[in-house]
Design a protein around this ligand. Structure first.
Ligand SMILES: C[S@@+](CC[C@H](N)C(=O)[O-])C[C@H]1O[C@@H](n2cnc3c(N)ncnc32)[C@H](O)[C@@H]1O
Length: 190
């Protein structure tokens, strides 16, 4: 079970980290900048950038620890919602929905439901990006939610695929050498 104190140490380790590379790649494909949603925003590593690029940003996370970072950032175009991924997808006009290293923390059924809700939550041309984990990812999550490439492609069905890439390699992380096995995805609603 991942506790508040586990998340706090993760947020502390991420304190000076730049925005996620996948988000930077995704922004090149975003055409409208009215509303972005950061699903599982954590300590706002990406939200900080999004508030400079979008008129409105909704940062969503179930952790009560996030409020402190929101208060510190004090961005007038930022709304923090302490809600789950599914509850956060109650909009119909997001130009970007970003879920960086966040989705594998819920179970497969919920991930399927999230992907089903995405097209309704995006504007035409809007983009959904994020990560899923493969079977050999070593990062601990409560539900051990793994996917195969075929499953990721099936989740993306109905959306235009800009990118689905599977990456498996040893990397030096903030907590030592780890085997990374992840899927990066960038999908567009047509
Ligand atoms: C590994 S962190 C990633 C944070 C940030 N996106 C980043 O890239 O550093 C995952 C985040 O997802 C949040 N989270 C986990 N389950 C969630 C859920 N069901 N709904 C919303 N947020 C959730 C956690 O509280 C945590 O902040």
């Amino acid at each position: 079970m991942i506790t508040d104190s586990d998340w706090q140490s993760f947020y502390d380790r991420m304190a000076n980290s730049p925005p996620r590379k996948l988000l930077l790649r995704t922004l090149e494909h975003v055409k409208k900048h009215d509303l972005a949603i950061d699903l599982g925003c954590g300590n706002l590593v990406d939200t900080r950038l999004l508030v400079t690029k979008f008129k409105q940003v909704e940062a969503c996370d179930t952790s009560p620890l996030v409020q402190k970072y929101v208060d510190e950032l004090a961005a007038s175009n930022l709304k923090f919602r302490q809600v789950s991924f599914l509850e956060a997808l109650d909009t119909s006009n997001a130009d970007l929905i970003s879920a960086q290293f966040a989705l594998p923390f819920v179970d497969k059924k919920e991930i399927e439901e999230i992907f089903r809700k995405i097209p309704k939550s995006l504007t035409t041309g809007g983009i959904f990006c994020g990560h899923l984990f493969g079977a050999r990812e070593t990062q601990v999550t409560d539900r051990r939610c793994d996917h195969t490439l075929a499953e990721v492609e099936a989740l993306a069905h109905g959306l235009e695929v800009i990118l689905i890439e599977e990456i498996e390699k040893d990397v030096e992380t903030l907590s030592g050498l780890k085997n990374k096995h992840i899927f990066n995805f960038i999908l567009r609603k047509q």
